[in-house]
Design a protein around this ligand. Structure first.
Ligand code: SF4
Length: 401
């Protein structure tokens, strides 16, 4: 028998689908692909209702064994035709959990498989996953267990160099600060040192020493002061916001879009309200000042919410690995996504005078519904972000001030 280490954040351990009481069901407004076995099972089911529905509501595409068919959604409410009047899955109720397709049986759970390790995550496009992330201060503490399997997984070993960098970054994020931007700036400093090393694993002592200096500078306020000295670049900030908004406006038919577009409409109204300032950079400055002056109340209740969100983005992207891009390119992606979500909340705060826990959940789950639905959407979104940074990965520092 071989030992396989399973690691997952606490929110993944705690997750349980809330079914009918979900604020935006995952069986709504999304493309759902079905594997070959499931298509056959439903279309030949002995249960008349399931068989009848399957024959009418599954388009057989035969793209691959994993994507043999697609659910045809109703034009009106965009619900999955298998969803019953109690907003529960009729396949699950009639045929049992084992009859679910791979897609439906696993969503929103995710897995990264290495030879002797499995890392588990969860898709934040699920509102309940987003709720757990921001409502529990310990949501991103890691649970680790050992399972005995007949053999190792048929996958590559996890890269030691990647693991070391990822762990140091998560440790920097775990340092208790009032603003996660300081932790991210600490990570920039750590990575600037690490990227000069040819073999990370041969310089562990040096990395540890740098980590300790950064940890102490985060706690004694030195990093906060350094960050305060970075020049504001509202041109970059407004460019990031406008480009991302355009991306989402073009996706208005997808699940989560109505919720996200409400945030975007608020931003549009604010830019119009400040139209006398002529330049969008000056308008952006006003929205941000409102956030800096008034976000304290929200952050006082949930000061760990943004820390958890950023930690999750590191975990979910297997930072620094993700997408085969370089360290700072991947960090730019995380920082710009975080900056966008924070700015949507800043807009809501400016307009309504407060930001509730529900607002934060809505911003996080709707954003991820439109960016994380499948690998194709994520790649498309990340390619889009690439065009915003004007060729300079380190401009991400200006999104932290
Ligand atoms: S989105 Fe999440 S909580 Fe909602 S129905 Fe799907 S799995 Fe359940």
């Amino acid at each position: 028998m071989k030992q396989i280490t399973i690691t997952q954040p606490k929110l993944v351990t705690d997750f349980s689908c809330v079914g009918g009481s979900c604020r935006e069901h995952c069986c709504q407004g999304w493309a759902i692909t079905l594997d070959k076995a499931s298509v056959r099972r439903y279309q030949n089911s002995k249960d008349n209702a399931i068989r009848h529905l399957a024959q009418q509501s599954i388009k057989v595409t035969k793209k691959s064994h994993a994507a043999w068919g697609e659910i045809i959604f109703s034009d009106g409410n965009k619900n999955c035709p298998f969803m019953n009047s109690e907003r529960l899955c009729s396949i699950h109720s009639s045929l049992g959990g084992d009859a679910l397709s791979d897609t439906c049986a696993t969503f929103p759970r995710l897995k990264r498989i290495y030879k002797s390790e499995i890392e588990k995550g969860i898709n934040l496009s699920c509102p309940e996953a987003s709720r757990l992330l921001i409502a529990d201060p310990y949501a991103m503490t890691m649970d680790s267990t050992i399972e005995l399997h007949n053999g190792f997984n048929k996958a590559e070993k996890a890269s030691v160099q990647t693991k070391i960098i990822g762990l140091f970054c998560l440790n920097i994020l775990n340092i208790d600060t009032l603003s996660v931007e300081e932790n991210l700036y600490g990570i920039v400093k750590f990575l600037l040192f690490a990227e000069k090393l040819e073999r990370i694993d041969e310089h562990f002592d040096q990395l540890e020493a740098v980590y300790h200096v950064i940890a102490s500078d985060l706690l004694n306020g030195k990093i906060k002061n350094e960050l305060a000295g970075v020049n504001q670049n509202y041109n970059l900030k407004s460019a990031v916001i406008f480009l991302m908004q355009n991306f989402f406006k073009a996706k208005s038919a997808s699940r989560g879009a109505l919720v996200l577009l409400e945030f975007i409409k608020t931003m549009d109204r604010l830019f119009e309200l400040f139209a006398d300032d002529k330049k969008s950079s000056a308008q952006m400055a006003k929205i941000e000042t409102g956030w800096q002056d008034n976000a304290g109340n929200m952050l006082a209740c949930h000061h760990y919410a943004f820390h958890n969100l950023v930690k999750y983005k590191f975990w979910q992207s297997a930072f620094p690995l993700g997408n085969g891009k370089n360290l700072f390119s991947n960090l730019y992606l995380i920082v710009s996504e975080f900056y966008f979500i924070k700015t949507l909340l800043a807009g809501r705060l400016y307009e309504k005078g407060r930001v509730t826990e529900d607002d934060v959940i809505d911003a996080i789950y709707s954003f991820h519904s439109l960016t994380q639905h499948n690998t194709q959407t994520s790649a498309q979104f990340h390619q889009y972000i690439e065009s915003v940074k004007f060729g300079d990965d380190l401009s991400l520092i200006q999104l932290l001030v």
